[in-house]
Design a protein around this ligand. Structure first.
Ligand code: FAD
Length: 511
């Protein structure tokens, strides 16, 4: 029989044999009676700073005997692993997917698997060509509005830490996403690690393989193809305009992400129902990784079997950390002339000497759906000016925040930055909330008072959503399936990919 055993405790650096040994010990049977089938979940327990951190593992084993389950702690019979079922379908027109981020790519994959040969429209370039544009932008500040850190194949999170954490309880679709990443070259441990991440270097290899898979199944990619308008008849979608030409379609998954502000404005102008939602703004804080490791792992901070540690901090609901990048670097992002924002990225090794995380202040929904876009654009323009109008990131120290730093920054990973006064970038209430909260929150990390601050963090989530019904279609335009983070129903790589899958299933009538 196959059995799931929960909460096996193993030391960092454990081997497969150690895992079998731990299972056999729990079962009180010889090790040779136990075969590891798969690991289901692995998390690091580093709560007790004085004792060595341990991995807590849930795994499935095949046994050559029938155990008495009543006498064994934390175990249950394994259920069969049912993969997501996609059945062949036929549609009148080939479906169109706009946007090659996680939502668009996974929507296209599902549609291709069902045999309906999706057409994927992406304003940016293939990931390798895009990487060259991004490198040039970070070097000389020359922006290509269609090919940059936020736009292009792979979507917004391609130059990121590639964190795969998600609060989604949709295990079936989540497993599908993770298994697809593994098929496309990700390491197997992402299937079970509680804090799984890919890293920008791995993402850049995985995405072209995913593209090839979609093409092999009959999908078609159109890069450097910008969607700018659409046609309707009696509140039904009839076509979309791409690079000035009309493509007839009655099934279009709109996965343009939350940076596509022009698309929100187009939808608003054409009376597609939008609704304001809460969002957040703030700054990115950088500090030495060794401080985080010591705060989390104490005397075990240098254990070679442990990855760079991360943190998640909140303060009484006023401020929270977001998107921490251990061993990473702070980056400047932009997709519009005269506006910039900041974010973080890391490589799969997370081996850099600095760590960074966003510290955000939540904001309630604005009354008008698109006024949140104006608010964010104003901050991004002010950040551009404060950074010297050449796409350098405004920066200061925690000690000086929100004012211009008195001295040089003690360290920095961003290659384009300029000392700046944050009172000229962020509204006063945000500056005040950040000043009080960041210092109080970093008190939990001894030695972190030397942190560096970059601005501004404006792209953590969309300030509005494109209202859709249970069929995943816009409530005001049949045939338009808003999906992913831009639709306002997802956030992050995994949940956006899951949302894209659901939209594709809805198009196929298989939701
Ligand atoms: C720097 C950075 C780091 C991040 N790090 C992480 C992380 O570690 N983990 C995590 O879970 N999330 C991370 N995120 C968030 C994550 O990237 C997003 O949640 C996710 O990419 C959203 O997926 P999406 O497919 O909905 O949209 P997007 O990824 O934004 O993709 C939208 C795509 O649509 C295209 N597009 C837009 N307008 C048009 C148009 N008019 N015509 C044609 N194409 C268009 C864009 O070029 C883009 O490629 C990060 C984001 C950024 C910016």
């Amino acid at each position: 029989m196959n059995l799931i055993i929960r909460e096996l405790v193993l030391k960092p650096g454990y081997t497969r044999d150690d895992l079998l040994h731990a299972a056999a010990k729990r079962l009180r049977c010889p090790k040779k009676s136990v075969t590891l089938t798969r690991i289901l979940r692995r998390s690091l327990d580093a709560r007790a700073i004085r004792s060595a951190p341990t991995f807590i593992i849930n795994a499935e084993f095949a046994l050559d005997f029938n155990p008495n389950l009543a006498k064994i702690k934390k175990c249950e019979p394994a259920l069969e692993h049912t993969p997501l079922a996609i059945t062949p379908a036929t549609l009148t027109h080939r479906p169109v997917v706009i946007g090659a981020g996680p939502a668009g790519l996974f929507a296209a994959l599902i549609l291709a698997q069902a045999g309906v040969r999706p057409i994927l429209i992406e304003q940016g370039k293939k990931v390798d060509e895009r990487a060259k544009d991004v490198g040039a932008f970070w070097g000389n500040g020359k922006l290509d509005p269609h090919s940059n850190v936020l736009c292009g194949e792979g979507g917004a999170g391609t130059f990121s830490d590639g964190k795969l954490t998600s609060r989604s309880k949709d295990h079936l679709r989540k497993d599908y996403v993770l298994e697809t990443f593994v098929e496309c070259g990700a390491k197997e441990s992402i299937l079970y690690d509680a804090e799984a991440h890919l890293g920008s270097d791995k993402l850049a290899l995985i995405i072209p393989t995913l593209r090839d898979k979609i093409i092999a199944l009959g999908g078609e990619f159109h890069f450097s193809s910008c969607f700018s308008d659409f046609t309707t008849d009696s509140a039904k979608l009839t076509g979309i305009t791409v690079n000035g030409e009309n493509i007839p379609t009655d099934n279009c998954i709109l996965a343009t992400g939350h940076s596509a502000r022009k698309i929100y404005r187009l939808l608003h102008k054409k009376n597609v129902n939008l609704e304001a939602k809460g969002f957040a703004v703030g700054v990115r804080v950088e500090l030495p990784q060794s401080i985080v490791n010591h705060a989390r792992l104490g005397q075990f901070a240098d254990n070679p079997h442990l990855e760079a540690a991360s943190f998640r901090l909140t303060s009484q609901g006023d401020c929270h950390t977001f998107c921490m990048c251990p061993g990473g670097r702070v980056i400047v992002c932009a997709d519009s002339e005269g506006e910039l924002c900041t974010n973080g990225m890391s490589l799969s090794s997370r081996a850099g000497e600095l760590a960074n995380a966003a510290f955000l202040i939540p904001l309630p929904p604005f009354t008008d759906p698109v006024s949140g876009l104006d608010y964010l654009a104003q901050i991004e323009h002010a950040a551009f000016i404060a950074g010297g109008s050449d796409y350098s990131l405004p920066a200061t120290t925690l000690a000086d925040f929100p004012n211009t730093p008195a001295d040089q920054l003690p360290f920095h990973s961003a290659n384009r930055f300029r000392p700046a006064d944050f009172t000229k970038i962020l509204p006063e209430d945000i500056c005040n909330a950040l000043t009080t909260n960041i210092k109080a929150m970093l008190n939990k990390l001894p030695g972190a008072s030397d942190a560096v601050i970059y601005g501004a963090e404006t792209r953590s989530t969309a300030p509005l959503k494109i209202v859709r019904d249970e069929s995943m279609q816009s409530v005001s335009l049949t045939g338009l399936y808003p999906a992913g983070e831009g639709a306002g129903y997802a956030g992050g790589i995994i949940s956006s990919a899951i949302d894209g899958i659901k939209a594709a299933q809805a198009v196929l009538g298989q939701l």
